[in-house]
Design a protein around this ligand. Structure first.
Ligand SMILES: [Zn+2]
Length: 228
C-alpha cells in the first residue's frame, strides 16, 4: 500500500525549512545566542485576518505576542487566576522590559458582535470572557457604526485596564513604557491609532504618531521624543 501523500500543513512545514529558513538562519541563530529582546508587547485579537507581522513589518524577535478573543486585558483584581494574558503582560514588562504595549482590535470583530448577540449556551468560558467588553457596549442596536465604535471603545478600555497593572503603571510613569491603542480596519488596510490627546482614533496614514496613549511619549534611544 502506498504511503498517504503529505497533507497540506506538512508541506507548509517543509517549505518553511527549505525556502524561508535558509534566508534567515543567521537571524534565528543570533536570537538563540543572544536571546530575544523584543521591544513590543502586542496584545491582539485572535482573529485570523489580523496579521501582526504584516501590519508592523516586524520579523523574528521583534514582537512578543499574546492573542485572545477580542484582544482583552483581564482586570488586575488580585485573583491570581490561571490567566495567560495576565502572565504574558507580567513577563513582557518585568522580564523582557518591553518599551511599548500595543492593544490591537479590528473591524468586523466577532468578539464584539458576540458580546452584543450572546455566545452559544455551551460556551461558558467565552460568555464570561466577553464580559470584559461589557463596559464598551453601547445601549443601541449593533449597527455597523455602533460595532465599529464599540471595537474602538473596547481598545481604550483595555488601555485603561493595563494602567491598573502595578508594573505597567510604574514603567509608564517612569517614561520607560508607552501604551498604544490600535483599531485595524481590514477592508481599508488601515490602522487607526488612538490619540488620547484628542480623544479619538486617527488613521495611521495621517497620524503624527503610532498612538500616544494618555501617558508618557515614547522616547527613542537617541533621546528624541516622538510626540510633542
Ligand atoms: Zn476580533
Amino acid at each position: 500500500m502506498a504511503a498517504a501523500p503529505p497533507d497540506d500543513l506538512l508541506l507548509r512545514l517543509r517549505r518553511f525549512r527549505s525556502d524561508y529558513f535558509p534566508l534567515h538562519q543567521q537571524r534565528f541563530q543570533d536570537l538563540v545566542t543572544d536571546g530575544q529582546h523584543p521591544k513590543t508587547l502586542f496584545i491582539g485579537c485572535s482573529d485570523s485576518r489580523l496579521v501582526p507581522y504584516l501590519l508592523t513589518g516586524a520579523g523574528p524577535g521583534e514582537l512578543f505576542i499574546v492573542r485572545n478573543v477580542g484582544a482583552f486585558v483581564p482586570p488586575y483584581d488580585g485573583s491570581h487566576g490561571l490567566h495567560g494574558t495576565m502572565a504574558a503582560i507580567e513577563f513582557a514588562v518585568l522580564s523582557l522590559h518591553v518599551e511599548r504595549i500595543i492593544v490591537c482590535g479590528h473591524s468586523h470583530c466577532g468578539a464584539i458582535r458576540t458580546a452584543y448577540e450572546g455566545a452559544p449556551e455551551e460556551a461558558v468560558a467565552l460568555k464570561q470572557w466577553l464580559k470584559l467588553a461589557s463596559e464598551a457596549l453601547l445601549p443601541v442596536q449593533p449597527s455597523p457604526e455602533a460595532l465599529c465604535r464599540t471595537e474602538q471603545r473596547a481598545v481604550v478600555l483595555q488601555l485603561e485596564r493595563l494602567m491598573d497593572y502595578p508594573m505597567v503603571r510604574r514603567e509608564v510613569e517612569a517614561g520607560a513604557l508607552t501604551l498604544h491603542g490600535w483599531h485595524y480596519v481590514i477592508e481599508e488596510g488601515e490602522i487607526h491609532v488612538f490619540d488620547a490627546l484628542h480623544g479619538g482614533f486617527v488613521p495611521a496614514s495621517i497620524a503624527s504618531t503610532s498612538g500616544t496613549g494618555p501617558y508618557q511619549p515614547y522616547v527613542e534611544h537617541d533621546g528624541q521624543i516622538l510626540v510633542d
